[in-house]
Every structure is written in structure tokens, then in C-alpha cells.
Design a binder for this molecule. Structure first.
Ligand code: NAD
Ligand code: LMR
Length: 328
């Protein structure tokens, strides 16, 4: 094995997404079948959580993954992010009974401020950060703002689950395979205000919009189905999505690290002003990736309906940002 191992930190490692994620990272599905990894696993210092984490590590050990070059358990981000090359920030405070959105934002602001600072201090200067824990866009924004010595473009939020959900809905509607659908994207916040957009999508070179040709379906079926899919899964499973979220995290990091060969994917990334989105807003955009860098797809026409949808999700994100401003 010739490649040098890279360090992959995962927070919330003993949680449900962690359980669906770690084994796939260790088997090479995220960074390639020739890339050894050292897992830096973070949980809250609580005895029960650390004990559960030990159990997960015993199972990882029992898989005898050839690419798993090391494993560490941590209870604090300062030690957990040392020299980290890839950080998947999954652990977050879930919404409890009677908790308002503002309380959730404040609780998570504390977690992501501390983690941003720790990454700033300890991680590799090229660390690629993916925030999964909700509210994902705003948590990523907080971490980015708390890490001034790292490049802002190295902080991203997960919109890939929404992207994948949209792909499956379009595949079902058109009766075409998921893999044949190109150039789909999801704009904005990972929340029901997101705008899943198939205006530019094609299947075998043909326009998906023309194939579907039904704006009522777009507005009344497609957008609410994709936007409220997280809630529908919680309702059905009694727990939030985990395997599909872990899968989307793998897709996001793999494509960022290894490239999309010109294909579009959706990533939540800090805006540089593209499409009128103010600088630094952590927004879902269509991107392509190459050589470990992503590039926002620019110059797409935005019609009146799309602009209205984009304005709505932007307003929500700016409201979230305003709600945590005093904590940064
Ligand atoms: P979970 O409750 O099963 O696990 C979360 C784990 O994180 C717990 O083990 C907890 O102890 C740990 N944790 C909490 N705070 C931590 C901290 N400061 N440092 C380290 N670990 C910490 O939850 P889950 O189902 O794995 O979901 C995790 C998060 O992902 C939730 O916020 C959920 O809403 C979010 N989520 C996001 C998406 C997305 O598409 N962006 C999709 C699904 C779930
Ligand atoms: C999801 O999209 O499945 C998660 O973000 C869970 C949620 O709260 O919607």
C-alpha cells in the first residue's frame, strides 16, 4: 500500500448517522479503494457516549478493513481535530420538547463555534469540512466564521441528500434511470424552503423540463415532496434519516476529493456573490469539482418563479445567520 494515510474526523461518531457512515469510510467508499484512512472519532465526553463509541470501534476492528490505518476516540475537538484532512461534523444538539428554533440555533452555535476554533487551531491547513448536523447551513457558517485562519471555501454544508432525493423523484416521474439524469441542482437551505431545480436537467440529452412539462406537478408535488422528505421519514421511521444521510455525506466528500468529471452536484458553500446571494451565506449551489476544488456553475438564467423560491430560502438563511450573529 503506497499512499500515505489521511486523517478523517467524524463527530457524533456513536450516533445513527455515524453508524451508517464509519464502515463505508473505512472500506474506501469515500476516498477511494487505494486511500488508507485514520479515523478520529469524536463524541461528547459523557461516559455513556464514550462507551458506545468504544463499541463501534470494536466493530470497526472486527471488520479488519485493509484501509483502516488507525482509530482514535476523542471527547474534545481540540484533540480530535489534530492534523485532520477531512472533517465530517455530524454531531449536533437535536431539537428537544418545547425547544424553539432559536434555542436550537443557540445550542448548536456553541458546539460549532468550539469546533470551528479547534479546526482553526489544530487541523490541516487544507482540511475539507462537511457539516451534516442541523441546521447544517448555519452550523457550517458558524464553524467557518470561527476559523479565520482557514480558507472559507473549505467549509461546506450538506445539500446532497436533497439533491439525491430530487434525482429519485425525477427518475420515478420520467421512468428513466437515476444515473441518466444530469445537471440537476438544489438551491439554498437544507430545510423545506430549499429550491430543487430541474430546469437545466437532461436525460440522454433531452430536457427534463420538456419531458415533464407540468409546472403544477413541479410546484404542488415535486417541491413539497423533496422539501418535506426529512419530516416524512421521521414520521415513518420514528427517527430521522440516517443511512441516506450517511450515503449523501459519502457522495459529497467523494465528489469533492475525487472530482465530478464535469457533472453537476449540489454543495452548500459560502457564496462569493454568485446569483445575488450575499458573500459568505452558506448556500446550496450547483457545482462541479476537479483536483479537490469545487466551482460554482455560473451564468444560469433565473426566471421569476425560481427567483421567488431563491429569495425565500435566502431570507430564511439570513434570518438564521442574524439569530446567531451575537454569538460569533
Ligand atoms: P444521533 O442523535 O443519533 O447522533 C448524534 C450524536 O452526536 C450523538 O451520539 C451525540 O452524543 C453526538 N454529539 C452531540 N453533540 C456533540 C458534540 N458537540 N461533539 C461530538 N458529538 C456530539 O443523531 P443522527 O441521527 O446521527 O443525526 C445527527 C445530525 O444530523 C442531526 O443534527 C440531524 O438533524 C442531522 N441530519 C442532517 C441531514 C442533512 O441532510 N444535512 C440529514 C439527516 C440528519
Ligand atoms: C433530513 O433531511 O432527513 C434531516 O435533515 C432530518 C430533518 O430534520 O429533516
Amino acid at each position: 500500500m503506497s499512499k500515505k494515510p489521511v486523517r478523517v474526523a467524524v463527530t457524533g461518531a456513536a450516533g445513527q448517522i455515524g453508524y451508517a457512515l464509519l464502515f463505508r469510510i473505512a472500506s474506501g467508499e469515500m476516498l477511494g479503494k487505494d486511500q488508507p484512512v485514520i479515523l478520529q472519532l469524536l463524541e461528547i465526553p459523557d461516559e455513556k457516549a464514550q462507551k458506545a463509541l468504544k463499541g463501534v470501534m470494536m466493530e470497526l476492528e472486527d471488520c479488519a478493513f485493509p484501509l483502516l490505518a488507525g482509530m482514535e476516540a476523542h471527547g474534545s475537538p481540540e484533540t480530535g481535530f489534530k492534523d485532520t484532512d477531512y472533517a465530517l461534523l455530524v454531531g449536533a444538539r437535536p431539537r428537544g420538547p418545547g425547544m424553539e428554533r432559536a434555542d436550537l440555533l443557540a445550542a448548536n452555535a456553541q458546539i460549532f463555534t468550539a469546533q470551528g476554533k479547534a479546526l482553526d487551531k489544530a487541523a490541516s491547513r487544507d482540511v475539507k469540512v462537511l457539516v451534516v448536523g442541523n441546521p447544517a447551513n448555519t452550523n457550517a457558517y458558524i464553524a467557518m466564521k470561527s476559523a479565520p485562519s482557514l480558507k472559507r471555501e473549505n467549509f461546506t454544508a450538506m445539500l446532497r441528500l436533497d439533491h439525491n432525493r430530487a434525482l429519485s423523484q425525477i427518475a420515478a416521474k420520467t421512468g428513466k434511470p437515476v444515473a441518466s439524469i444530469k445537471s440537476l441542482c438544489v438551491w439554498g437551505n437544507h430545510s423545506p424552503t430549499m429550491y430543487a431545480d430541474y430546469r437545466f436537467a437532461t436525460i440522454d440529452g433531452k430536457s427534463v423540463k420538456d419531458m415533464i412539462n407540468d409546472q403544477v406537478w413541479n410546484k404542488d408535488v415535486f417541491l413539497p415532496t423533496v422539501g418535506k422528505r426529512g419530516a416524512a421519514i421521521i414520521e415513518a421511521r420514528g427517527l430521522s434519516s440516517a443511512a441516506s444521510a450517511a450515503n449523501a455525506a459519502i457522495d459529497h466528500m467523494r465528489d469533492w476529493a475525487l472530482g465530478t468529471k464535469g457533472e453537476w452536484v449540489t454543495m452548500g458553500v459560502p457564496s462569493n456573490g454568485e446569483y445575488g446571494i450575499p458573500k459568505d451565506v452558506m448556500f446550496g449551489f450547483p457545482v462541479t469539482t476537479e483536483g479537490g476544488q469545487y466551482k460554482i456553475v455560473e451564468g444560469l438564467p433565473i426566471d421569476a418563479f425560481s427567483q421567488e423560491c431563491i429569495n425565500k430560502t435566502l431570507a430564511e438563511l439570513q434570518g438564521e445567520q442574524d439569530g446567531v450573529k451575537h454569538l460569533l
